[in-house]
Design a protein around this ligand. Structure first.
Ligand SMILES: [Mn+2]
Length: 434
């Protein structure tokens, strides 16, 4: 009994908050129930694996929280992507937070624009250790044993234009204060403006850590105090590239000692640019693409990897590449599989160009008078043709299912479409004359 008795005696000598050392996890934007969009994969089994990546990422985060015996888990908004179509996604979250509850790890969350009170119409009872914040005013949850004060406010509706940060209470003296806020902060090109605030508004509260959510890229806005966007847990499309996850924040003596990214994404998106300048043929092009893909095998590791390949540069192979898009797509996919079994071609963009002189030089005499490339370029510039092409595009776009036209960037660039059509025609012509 002598040993345990000495510890409280030492604790009493100092302020308890200065003695405690703990780690917590800060996550945001789980977007559970979100479909991974824009994936050009036709295999339904693969598509399903991509679609379940967000749930598996959260499962892994919960496992990491339990293994590390963290003190608590914060989710700074957008647990759900939107209203549940049935109870499946709500039950999934309930099951995961119950794992944390059994491990003695409380969960503290605010609602964001995607899971605002008015957006989510169903509910499932969560363990009592899961605490969420009011949507009418900022409030404080205290974890007495750690002397941690968590300040937060939920979104009542999708759009919050008020500067929520200014409504947050002053820091509790002698406590470790954390602000939890779903916000676009000073603005982000890819994210709508919600609960806008300045960095100065946040630092002015006197908290030790700001757990932000909403912006899907990892960002440290400040380190004194720490103001962090952990990014979303799982990238959902080619617009959300690179490693995704949460952060583990270690605290000792009432101060943040370190912020470590916990990468838990189960599927990753990557943009790959391949310069084919000067390469003579299709085979050389595929070899160059395979070499460019190779480093992604290591990055993929145990996860799915979706890569968008953009080919560019002036190459005599241009017409052939563009003329047989399906064949080239299959060859690139096969090259990707030689590197890693779960390296998937998300989309192929052929933006190479024909070397400007090569076309006319390569033409046999019979074609010199009527050079098809010159003819096509003239058609391309013709205002009447362009007007008809735009009208046709508008007609097709209107008939595409909701959101698809936008997701595919369909018809965004008439010049690129014309260049591709031109290449297809020239590729087929050269195939026939060679
Ligand atoms: Mn959001």
């Amino acid at each position: 009994m002598a040993k345990p008795a000495t510890l409280p005696a030492r604790l009493k000598a100092c302020d308890p908050s200065s003695m405690s050392a703990f780690t917590f996890i800060h996550a945001a934007d789980l977007h559970l129930g979100s479909p991974l969009s824009g994936l050009a994969l036709k295999d339904p089994d693969i598509a399903r694996r991509f679609a379940s990546a967000g749930r598996r990422a959260f499962e892994d985060l919960v496992t990491a929280a339990i293994e590390r015996s963290v003190a608590f888990l914060i989710v700074a908004g957008d647990v759900y992507d939107g209203d549940w179509s049935d109870n499946t996604i709500g039950l999934f979250f309930a099951r995961q937070v119950a794992r944390l509850d059994r491990a003695g790890i409380p969960v503290i969350l605010v609602r964001g624009n995607h899971d605002a009170e008015s957006v989510i119409t169903r509910s499932i009872t969560l363990p009592a250790s899961v605490r969420s914040f009011s949507a009418t005013r900022a409030e404080t949850h205290r974890l007495d044993e750690l002397k941690v004060a968590l300040h937060g406010r939920s979104f009542p509706n999708r759009a919050v234009e008020e500067n929520y940060a200014l409504t947050y209470p002053a820091a509790l003296p002698g406590w470790f204060n954390i602000g939890i806020l779903h916000t676009s902060c000073t603005g982000h090109a890819a994210h709508a403006t919600y609960a806008p605030c300045s960095v100065a508004d946040l630092t002015g509260r006197g908290y030790a850590y700001w757990a932000l959510g909403h912006v899907h890229d990892y960002a440290e806005l400040a380190r004194d105090p720490w103001i962090v966007f952990p990014g979303n847990l799982q990238g959902r499309s080619i617009r959300e590239c690179g490693p995704k996850g949460a952060v583990a924040v270690s605290v000792a003596d009432g101060r943040v000692q370190g912020v470590e990214r916990l990468i838990v994404d189960q599927a990753r998106f990557h943009h790959l640019e391949v310069d084919l300048s000067g390469l003579a043929g299709e085979r050389e092009a595929v070899v160059a693409i395979e070499e460019a893909l190779r480093p992604l095998g290591a990055a993929a590791a145990e996860r799915l990897m979706a890569v968008r390949v953009r080919l560019h540069g002036e190459t005599p192979a241009h017409d052939r590449l563009a003329a047989d898009r399906d064949g080239l797509t299959a060859e690139i996919q096969a090259a990707a599989h030689r590197i890693h079994e779960d390296l998937w071609l998300e989309r192929l963009r052929i933006e190479t160009a024909r070397p400007s002189r090569a076309v006319t030089e390569a033409r046999p005499d019979a074609f010199a008078a009527i050079d098809p490339a010159t003819l096509l370029e003239a058609v391309d510039r013709d205002p009447e043709f362009r007007a008809r092409a735009r009208a046709a595009l508008a007609e097709i776009t209107a008939k595409m299912p909701g959101g698809l036209a936008e997701a595919e960037d369909f018809g965004a660039d008439l010049d690129a479409l014309c260049a591709e059509a031109e290449a297809v025609i020239l590729g087929r012509l050269s195939g026939r004359t060679c």
